[in-house]
Design a protein around this ligand. Structure first.
Ligand code: SAM
Length: 303
């Protein structure tokens, strides 16, 4: 990782903001918070993705019939699942699974055919063999180590019905920008360093297609690359895009500070200054984007 053109941030630590991290109370190394601020961020981000996908939620060629089951793997606030429920027949069942139930939507806001369950996607329920028609999974980059990815892909394969599909969306590992300062920005270097420290796979989009094939999936394809503009120069979407990424990076603050700044940032105050710098630079640099890749794969009809 190049640090040559990144500004140096060395202000005093101002402490963290008392956010809740599942990694502090469980064996999971997931490094983002699970709290109301994160729920709001995930809901907004989910809405932004929907617009970036031209109002499509499900990209593989699949249509649903009565009794089919859709799984949202690592569902978080369940925004994707609750939104999809409005677009499929009421006879389709939708399940969300996550290690934390803290930001599941309240029952009063949950459609009757949607249910949420706590559990790890590396160990799906034993009774789910050949059970699910479609699995959606988005943004697990901050949680899964290589062996977790491989285990969760094989679990997906096990629980899918023959002919069932997966759809996986993860971010690329650099910001796209005409500005070298932004491409090498400390914020992104910190995110990647945090991934490396927790042994999660920072360049996951490079691996997903081959790991899907190793798990047995066919018709594996990178179907979509989307770009979220970061800055008011991108209109309302750009304003929300930048707000989203700044909030995302704020979520990394505590684990980064707990790790002594990972050798890249001097303290809490310096971290805040670094984010203000990222914000100013993105606002001043049109064509700066956060990119995501979406892969699909199908369980063969016969193995
Ligand atoms: C960045 S959030 C994304 C949430 C949702 N997929 C979305 O796109 O809005 C990642 C989610 O994965 C969950 N998670 C992390 N590790 C997990 C695991 N091993 N099994 C199930 N869920 C996990 C976290 O609790 C968190 O809710």
């Amino acid at each position: 990782m190049s640090r040559s053109s990144s500004p140096v941030f060395t202000q005093r630590n101002e402490g963290d903001s008392g956010r809740f991290y599942i990694s502090e109370v469980s064996e999971f190394s997931y490094y983002l918070p699970s709290d109301e601020t994160e729920r709001e961020r995930l809901n907004l981000q989910s809405q932004l993705f929907y617009e970036l996908f031209d109002n499509r939620y499900i990209l593989p060629p699949i249509s649903f019939k009565e009794g089919d089951i859709i799984l949202d793997s690592g569902t978080g606030s369940g925004h994707w699942l609750s939104s999809v429920a409005k677009h499929v027949p009421e006879t389709v069942q939708l399940r969300g699974i996550d290690i934390s139930s803290r930001i599941f939507p309240p029952p009063s806001l949950t459609p009757p055919n949607v249910t949420f369950k706590t559990g790890s996607i590396t160990s799906l329920p034993k009774e789910w063999n050949n059970y699910i028609s479609f699995i959606h999974q988005r943004l697990l980059i901050g949680s899964l180590q290589e062996h977790h990815w491989k285990k969760s892909l094989s679990e997906m394969y096990r629980v899918l019905v023959p002919g069932g599909w997966v759809q996986l969306q993860e971010p690329n590992w650099t910001l796209t920008s005409p500005s070298q300062m932004i491409r090498d920005h400390t914020a992104y270097a910190l995110k990647n360093e945090l991934c490396r420290k927790r042994l999660t796979v920072w360049d996951i989009v490079k691996h997903l297609a081959s790991w899907l094939e190793q798990a047995g999936f066919v018709n594996v394809e990178l179907v979509e690359k989307i770009r979220l503009p970061l800055g008011s120069w991108g209109g309302e979407r750009g304003r929300f895009g930048l707000k989203n990424i700044l909030e995302l990076f704020r979520g990394f603050k505590k684990p980064i500070m707990d790790g002594g700044g990972l050798g890249l940032v001097g303290g809490g105050g310096a971290f805040d200054a670094m984010l203000n710098d990222l914000k100013a630079q993105c606002e001043a640099t049109p064509e700066t984007y956060y990119k995501y890749s979406v892969f699909i794969g199908q369980k063969p009809y016969s193995s």
